[in-house]
Design a protein. Sequence first.
Length: 63
Amino acid sequence: MAIEPEMRASVKAHPALVVDDLDGYVAKLTAAGFRWTASEEIPGTRRGHTWDPFGNRIELIVA
């Protein structure tokens, strides 16, 4: 995160948040109109991405 004169959405680098209830978060996000894309599972976990209103990707992952 940094202050820049012109805002550009981050398409590669992104924060990943560890959550306990991925399905619950996905339900809330999609109900609020946010896009959700499930990612291929890493062995032993599930994850996916959403985007904030500015176009920044945010990953949710169950560890």
